[in-house]
Design a protein. Structure first.
Length: 333
């Protein structure tokens, strides 16, 4: 029997809704504020000394600057922008969280440098590191943060005697310690993420492969730093693509190219990195490939813009945010 309903032709396909896109949550490492010129001081040491004497002076200006720049997330680091200084300024982790909330800011993470400050190969040193990690994680949890970013020990200068190799024998006991740190922090609801620092035991693509193999993915994640991987001669996109399931946080930072790996590794090595860093979009990092990879792996963590010790942090943060928002965000959000 013929269909009595009038012929209407094929049902038109629904008009697709425009693709939704959200603005990333931007964050910044507080080392951005460490240039003495921003404070009207003569040196970094003078900034540290003044902050020890007047911690609220440092923190109030930093937090106001973040608010002004439109970057609501922060990563704490070594002094003067460390967690103990924040407690000295506001009395407690909760007091610090309230200071952030008043400005609509949020704590994302904290950088943990104690692994290289203690002798991690001895039982005493390991206990000190684990205790420090637990105290830091407690602060982060109470103040609203969720990630402890850990730097690994520096390498020995190439050619120095006796030679120290980053091989399986050296990596296994350190990886075991990292698993323990991850367990300690996870009890506070804080994830451990290893930072790829140039001239450290986690700087090349092979180093990342080695420590990702030896650590438990349930307890230890990865915080790739695009600039430091570049300084070490690695391609950040390739390295992260191999370990996409381990990414907890990432430092978005540009570099001019590889740095010499056989330089003297001493207390001046971090200053030696500075000439290789540059504003986002002006270096050799393939940001378009990076942004596409972030979308492919479902990256949802804050976009942490790292700008080392710049005289105009507000202007630099605005420029970095503008570059990501206009050129990259459409590719991965």
């Amino acid at each position: 029997m013929p269909d009595p309903s009038p012929a209407t032709g094929p049902t038109p396909a629904p008009t697709p809704a425009p693709e939704s896109r959200h603005e990333p949550l931007y964050a910044v490492d507080l080392i951005t504020f460490y240039h003495p010129e921003f404070w009207g001081l003569d040196s970094y040491d003078a900034l540290v000394a003044k902050t020890v004497a007047e911690p609220r002076w440092f923190w109030e200006r930093c937090l106001d600057a973040l608010r002004e720049a439109g970057v609501p997330g922060i990563e704490l680091t070594f002094p003067p922008g460390d967690w103990r200084s924040a407690v000295a300024a506001y009395g407690s982790p909760e007091g610090f969280a309230e200071a952030l909330a008043r400005r609509e800011l949020t704590l994302v993470s904290g950088f943990f440098a104690d692994i290289d400050r203690h002798e991690w190969r001895t039982p005493e040193g390991r206990r000190d590191i684990l205790r420090a990690a637990g105290e830091y994680a407690d602060f982060l949890h109470r103040a609203g943060g969720s990630v402890l970013v850990a730097g690994l020990p520096l390498r020995r200068t190439v050619g120095a005697q006796p030679a120290v190799f980053v091989d399986m024998a050296a990596a296994e006991p350190l990886a075991a310690l990292l698993n323990e740190i991850g367990d300690v922090t996870l009890r506070q609801g804080v994830r451990l993420a290893l930072h790829t620092e140039a001239h450290s035991m986690l700087c090349t693509g092979r180093d990342v492969d080695l420590f990702m193999l030896l650590t438990d993915p349930m307890y230890v994640g990865l915080c790739p730093d695009t600039a430091h991987l570049t300084l070490s001669g690695a391609d950040p996109v390739q390295v992260v693509s191999r370990h996409r399931e381990r990414i907890v946080l990432a430092h978005w930072k540009d570099a001019l190219g590889p740095a010499p790996m056989d330089v003297e590794i001493d207390e001046k090595i971090f200053a030696a990195h500075q000439p290789y860093f540059c504003p986002l979009g002006s270096g050799v990092v393939d940001w378009f490939a990076w942004a596409r990879l972030m979308r492919e792996i479902g990256f949802t963590a804050p976009t942490l813009l790292e700008l080392d010790m710049v005289p105009d942090p507000i202007g630099e943060m605005r420029a970095a945010r503008r570059f990501v928002s206009t050129s990259l965000a459409p590719l991965y959000t």
